[in-house]
Design a protein around this ligand. Sequence first.
Ligand code: A2H
Length: 253
Amino acid sequence: EALGPQEYTGIKMEVAQWSDAAKAEIEGKVGGRKVFLVAATLRPETMYGQTNCFVSPTLKYGVFAVNEKEAFLCTSRAARNMAFQGTFSTRGQVHELLEIDGSKLVGTKIHAPLAVNPEVYVLPMETVLATKGTGVVTSVPSDSPDDYATLMDLRKKAEYYKIDPSWAAIDPVPVISTPTYGDMTAPALVKKLKINSPKDAKPLAEAKEIAYKEGFYNGTMLVGEFKGEPVQEAKTKVRESMIAQNLAIAYAE
Ligand code: A2H
């Protein structure tokens, strides 16, 4: 575990269309604000390859006022951290507009900033931790073994997970090329380590470690503003560019 604070990028994914279940709960409660799901990521340079977004189907989320125009959807734990980091106009204070079950968010259509596929859906991920980040995880299956394993499992068992197969239909997008694994690092590692399910925790942790190091030290950007540049350089540039464009926030814990 990291000793110092972890510096995440909070990706602002604006709601384009609520699921029916969420719509019924949100109606009339956000005061005309735009609502964003805020996903905490350590790999902002991969955002071109978002294919969906994950929430925990067993966690509670809140919608929190940022100011008169915007609201963020995340865990209340994350909202408290944001309040003390100056994210909200009411510094130090959390203004919760409503609470909602993660399960009801599934099927919501959102806008994924920078993504090659800008419209994506919210899907369930059982391994989302309540104690980390915002409880919202944007999914980049080309470069995250967890995201890839979960997406494949959702496709295999759409009925069991009660999802419409069309919500999980976007394929991984090549974003970063690495010398050892090509332009689909996570799928290559999931295959190599014979990972069959998002519950294969041990090999997934190993795959995650390898993918992270390989991408960071040896990866080259295949798309976007910093195409052709090493990931080591593009990482901070994409983060800063997204924050400057109001597509993301700095979030630490
Ligand atoms: B990363 P660390 Cl492409 N529960 O973003 C489970 N996982 C969570 C989470 C939570 N509450 N909050 C964030 N995460 C994920 C992109 C990515 C990530 C890629 C590759 C690897 C990777 C797209 N998903 O993470 O324990 C988020 O997924 C592996 C390092 O704080 C976040 O970054 O190190 C990462 O885990 C944070 O994990």
